[in-house]
Design a protein around this ligand. Structure first.
Ligand code: SF4
Length: 96
């Protein structure tokens, strides 16, 4: 589920109106997810590549590279699976 930044705005009642204060919630921006890999821990065994190939890849030297550091929410489930599958616990997800 997307994390949403919210702004609550209050209106003062018009002069002479009943003392009702309305509260409206406005969506400002979607908070992005960020993929972080601790490359000191990573052993480039490519388990995460198999789970989320649009985010992770091995380069020509078989080192892990992150293709997309801020993937869409549609990939959150796959990335959570990659976090869980990583034998070195090298992957973390941060919400900015
Ligand atoms: S699963 Fe973990 S150890 Fe394996 S390549 Fe991905 S980040 Fe590195």
């Amino acid at each position: 589920m997307a994390s949403i930044g919210l702004l609550r705005r209050r209106w003062k009642p018009a002069p002479g109106a009943a003392g009702v204060i309305r509260v409206r919630t406005v969506c400002l921006t979607e908070v992005s997810m960020r993929v972080v890999v601790d490359f000191k821990l990573c052993e480039s065994n490519a388990l995460c590549v198999g789970i989320a190939p649009s985010v992770f890849e091995l380069d020509d030297n078989d080192y892990l590279v992150i293709l997309d550091e801020e993937p869409g929410e549609d990939l959150r489930a796959d990335l959570k699976a990659a976090v869980a599958a990583c034998p070195k616990q090298a992957i973390s997800l941060a919400d900015d």
